[in-house]
Structure formats: structure tokens, C-alpha cells
Ligand binder design. Structure first.
Ligand SMILES: [Zn+2]
Ligand SMILES: [Zn+2]
Length: 253
């Protein structure tokens, strides 16, 4: 379900950050307390933020633990910033995803389909770039059919695969991402739109995947998808997405 109405107005897009990790994520810096994150969001004049701590494959119980810690903290806050307690969930194979059978749902379900470096992630039988791309496609199509995600985190980006397997397979950045055709992207975006599933504009993906991000943005705009800005913040200085706005304007638009 869309958390916000679709917009292509840059000021509106960048007035929120829907991908922030607290220190409950192993990779989140110690300074990432909910209170400090909200203070940074206030300083940046953000209207909405979503907390999206990792729930890796088979970690569903961590979701309850996180909610138990963060909910009372949110209640104690006095702020005009709307804070969603979401999660970065795992879509870790074809028909394999966290919360498949759970009645407990976070307020924002941001699903990652490409954390191939994680333990428990399904790898394609064909370990070539095309094999990975086809696997991503099957995973995404299945997930869209399920209607479970509110948004896809850093979709199509191959950095996690490349980092893990570059020595074994000689992969380079973009070797998988660039295999997606405009028609395939448009088709998936149309299907996701029917289910009100949004797509992340992940700011850390802007630079290494500039040409792809431009294509992704323009096809998404043509289809009329809902884009969500996410910085994937693990440190306080990344809570404000506005420092990426000029880069976005000059290189992606
Ligand atoms: Zn991620
Ligand atoms: Zn993340």
C-alpha cells in the first residue's frame, strides 16, 4: 500500500526519508537512537521518516523485539515529524520472504530483493550476470503478485552481488543491472502500480548507477509509479536527503 501519494515534485519527494536504520541494526552506528534521528529530521525540516531496521531471512522475531523497544520511545517524543516504524524485510528467493505467514506487520514494509551477500539468500542456478538478472526478475514478479511490499529497497542494483562474487566471477558494477530492458522495467512497474507498491529512489545508488537511475526514474515517471526517497542512513549525517537533491536534479532528471 502506498504510504504517500505519488509525486514527481522534487521538494515534496525530498521532504521525507523512508530508509533509516537505528542502532538496532547491526550495521547502524551507535549514535542512531530514535530521538537523535528525529532531531536530525527536524533540523532538516523533514515531514516524514520511516525506520527500517534489517530483518534478515528467518529473523522475524527480531521485528517484535524492535517494536517493543521503539514504540514507547516514539510515544515519548514531542515532534511534528511523522515517524513510521517499518522494517527492511528480506525477499530472499522466489516465493521466499520474511513475514510470509505472520499476522504482525510493521507500519512500512520495505522489501530488499538483492541482498545476495547475506546468509540464507537463494542464489540462482546459473551464476552468470544473466542468471542473476533472471533470478531477480522471478523474485520481483512473485513478490509483486503477493502484494506484500509497500516499497522495494534499492531495486535492480547489483552492488551486493558484485561485492561478494567479483573475485570468483569477475563481476563488475552494472554488469547485472544494465541487463534490464526498458520494457522489462516498465512491465514490472505497471504490475507494481496495480498493487500500490512503491519504488525506492535510493540516494546511495545514484552515483555508481547514474545512467541506470536516469532510465529507472524516467520509465517510472511515464508509468506514474510512486517513488520514495531513501538514503539508507546508518549515521546521523545521512538522515537529511536534501544534500543529494542537486545531484539528482543535474544527473538523473
Ligand atoms: Zn538493503
Ligand atoms: Zn538499508
Amino acid at each position: 500500500m502506498y504510504l504517500r501519494s505519488p509525486t514527481f515534485d522534487l521538494d515534496e519527494l525530498f521532504s521525507a526519508n523512508y530508509h533509516i536504520h537505528t542502532n538496532l541494526s547491526r550495521c547502524g552506528r551507535k549514535e542512531m537512537t530514535l530521538a537523535a534521528i528525529v532531531k536530525a529530521a527536524e533540523d532538516a525540516h523533514l515531514q516524514e521518516i520511516a525506520i527500517t531496521d534489517h530483518i534478515h531471512p528467518y529473523e522475524t522475531s527480531k521485528l517484535y523485539r524492535n517494536a517493543r523497544v521503539l514504540k514507547p520511545q516514539r510515544e515519548a517524543l514531542q515532534t511534528d515529524v511523522k515517524v513510521y516504524l517499518g522494517a527492511e524485510l528480506s525477499d530472499h528467493g522466489v516465493s521466499k520472504y520474511t513475514l510470509q505467514y505472520s499476522s504482525f506487520q510493521p507500519e512500512y514494509r520495505l522489501y530488499a530483493h538483492n541482498h545476495y551477500h547475506m546468509f540464507g539468500w537463494e542464489q540462482p542456478k546459473d551464476r552468470s550476470p544473466l542468471g542473476y538478472k533472471n533470478h531477480c526478475k522471478a523474485v520481483l514478479e512473485n513478490m509483486i503478485r503477493s502484494g506484500k511490499p509497500d516499497c522495494f529497497a534499492h531495486p535492480f542494483i547489483d552492488k551486493y552481488i558484485v561485492r561478494e562474487f567479483e573475485d570468483d566471477y569477475g563481476f563488475t558494477y552494472g554488469c547485472i543491472t544494465d541487463l534490464w530492458t526498458d520494457n522489462e522495467l516498465g512491465d514490472l512497474m505497471e504490475k507494481a502500480k496495480e498493487k500500490e507498491i512503491a519504488w525506492e529512489l535510493n540516494t546511495s545508488a545514484f552515483a555508481p548507477y547514474r545512467d541506470f537511475m536516469r532510465r529507472y526514474y524516467h520509465i517510472g515517471k511515464e508509468v506514474g509509479v510512486c517513488f520514495m526517497i531513501g538514503t539508507d542512513a546508518h549515521v546521523l549525517s545521512e538522515v537529511d536527503p536534501n544534500k543529494y537533491k542537486d545531484y539528482f536534479k543535474n544527473n538523473i532528471l
